[in-house]
Write a protein that binds this ligand. Sequence first.
Ligand SMILES: [Zn+2]
Ligand SMILES: [Zn+2]
Length: 168
Amino acid sequence: MILQWLRKEVADTFLATVREMPPMSVPPASFEAGRNQHSSTKILKELLGEVPKDALKLLGITGMDLCIPILTYVFGEAQLGGTAAVVSTARLRQEFYGGAPDRPLFLERVRKESLHELGHTFGLIHCRSGECVMHLSNTVVDVDAKGRNFCTYCRTVAASNAGGGSGK
Ligand SMILES: [Zn+2]
Ligand SMILES: [Zn+2]
């Protein structure tokens, strides 16, 4: 299962304990009928109400296609320096583009976008380095091209924002 795999990837990256929560339904109010997509901002709002008391961050993973008013789609959205983030797997699958399923590639994309959105919750903005997972990705081509981890700079900033001190 993808969540089980992702949990370990996130835990290894942030050196944190990661728990999987019971599935939540996508809030009906987030559906944008005219676009046949869901508002990532409204899903974020819903997630914020579900953050366990002992949790630092909450990452939602959905198969629904997400959007915000000014963009045709987004791979995810996060509160900058906040608590909640959401990632959509809809456009990370090769099938979406008419290709054959490619599970390793799909997982790699989910990993990158999950770390990216979580990075935003740790106060990180987009990074100029193409080697860094915080590099902006508008398309899956961008997702595939960028690095799979945080650059040293972003890692340091995230760690200091997390208040974790050394080694995080
Ligand atoms: Zn971003
Ligand atoms: Zn960076």
